[in-house]
Design a binder for this molecule. Structure first.
Ligand code: CIZ
Ligand code: SF4
Length: 346
């Protein structure tokens, strides 16, 4: 191991010595040094989502956070290349906001079940069916869908975005459970037209939200029973659920919020142990940040898309300048309006 790799290994061991075995830390340290070298050569910035594996998250990333934080960083970077260690819709959002940069994603297979659940044509049909009703789309959508939407939101600001419209009815896509959780938070009555026939526009009089039937393939699998089992075994466990979980799971948890909100909650509410109902890698990242707290894991449930992004592929992305993410005009500028409108709301 050369001096740079040794220094990187020591830095990683301090942070992750409790989370990863030593041989893995050494291998990751060597990779990290190579990635740093290529990052300099390419004048690149690496953005890492909260769901990235801990060694990547705590070594080569220049900025870490949720999709909203990272979009803001992407919009203002002065580097030539943005390597987005996250899934495709996030890399697209970076390109939408900063089109003169080369945006790379380390794996072409990092999709998202929510983003894949809805198309631009679906939005056009919803607009025909429910004319004049504004469309809010979750950031977990592809650029074509954003381009057909009035406004985007993330899990940090979904309720605030819906309320900012001051509209009697709002179409909210594509996450069924996030929509139900937002409806409950904002006191709105929601329908899902794919399940409820809506022939008569009069039916819409008492409907304040219209949802879609997309789901996150990770969060939809957490159950109330998981929470009950954890509480039986660890009576002092604090349970945090992402709002992409079913409403009954959110109701049975002690706290619900975006990944950033969960990270803040753990930092601000000391407890002996926590159960995070979200992508498992984030539990490692939170555990690394709080060596005095215990994280109970449900790691049989992983996001296959987030897990596509490895340090090995991040290195190859920089070496080979692959896989470039592009968003053609005029979709880009139409999508940009919806994203920028969200950024002004916060
Ligand atoms: O917006 C994001 O980054 C996602 C996908 C989850 C969250 O709650 O941060
Ligand atoms: Fe999509 Fe769910 Fe994976 Fe996030 S965790 S990228 S919402 S499938």
């Amino acid at each position: 191991m050369n001096a740079a790799a040794q220094a990187m290994y020591e830095q990683l061991r301090t942070k992750l010595g409790r989370v990863l075995p030593d041989f893995e830390l050494r291998r990751k340290a060597e990779l990290a040094v190579e990635i740093e070298e290529w990052k300099r050569r390419r004048n690149a910035v690496i953005l890492a989502h909260n769901y990235m594996e801990p060694a990547l998250f705590y070594s080569v990333s220049d900025f870490r956070g949720d999709s909203l934080d990272l979009s803001r960083k992407a919009a203002t970077t002065d580097r030539d290349v943005i390597v987005f260690c996250g899934v495709r819709f996030m890399a697209e959002t970076a390109k939408i906001l900063n089109p003169s940069k080369t945006v790379l994603i380390p794996s072409p297979r990092a999709g998202c079940s929510l983003a894949e659940s809805i198309t631009a044509e679906d939005i056009r049909q919803l607009r025909t069916r429910f004319p004049g009703i504004p469309v809010v789309s979750y950031i977990n959508t592809y650029a074509e869908v954003k381009a057909e939407s009035d406004l985007c939101c993330t899990s940090s600001n979904a309720a605030a975005v819906v309320e900012s419209l001051h509209a009697p009815t709002v179409i909210f896509v594509p996450d069924r459970y996030l929509a139900m959780n937002v409806a409950r938070e904002t006191g709105r009555h929601i329908i899902f037209p794919s399940r409820t026939p809506v022939q008569d526009p009069e039916n819409l009089l008492d409907v304040q939200m219209i949802g879609w039937d997309g789901r996150c393939e990770v969060h939809e699998r957490f159950t109330v029973e998981d929470i009950q089992n954890a509480r039986r075994q660890f009576p002092d466990v604090v349970v945090l659920a992402h709002p992409e979980c079913k409403p009954e799971v959110v109701a049975a948890a002690d706290f619900s919020g975006s990944t950033n909100a969960m990270i803040r909650y753990v930092a601000e509410h000391p407890a002996p142990r926590y159960l995070l109902l979200t992508e498992c890698a984030m539990g490692d990242n939170v555990a690394a940040a709080h060596p005095d707290r215990e994280l109970v894991r449900l790691c049989s449930i992983r996001c296959p898309h987030m897990n596509e992004i490895t340090m090995e592929d991040t290195l190859e992305a920089l070496r080979q300048m692959r896989y470039e993410v592009d968003v053609p005009e005029p979709i880009r500028s139409r999508a940009r309006r919806a994203v920028e409108r969200m950024l002004t709301i916060g």
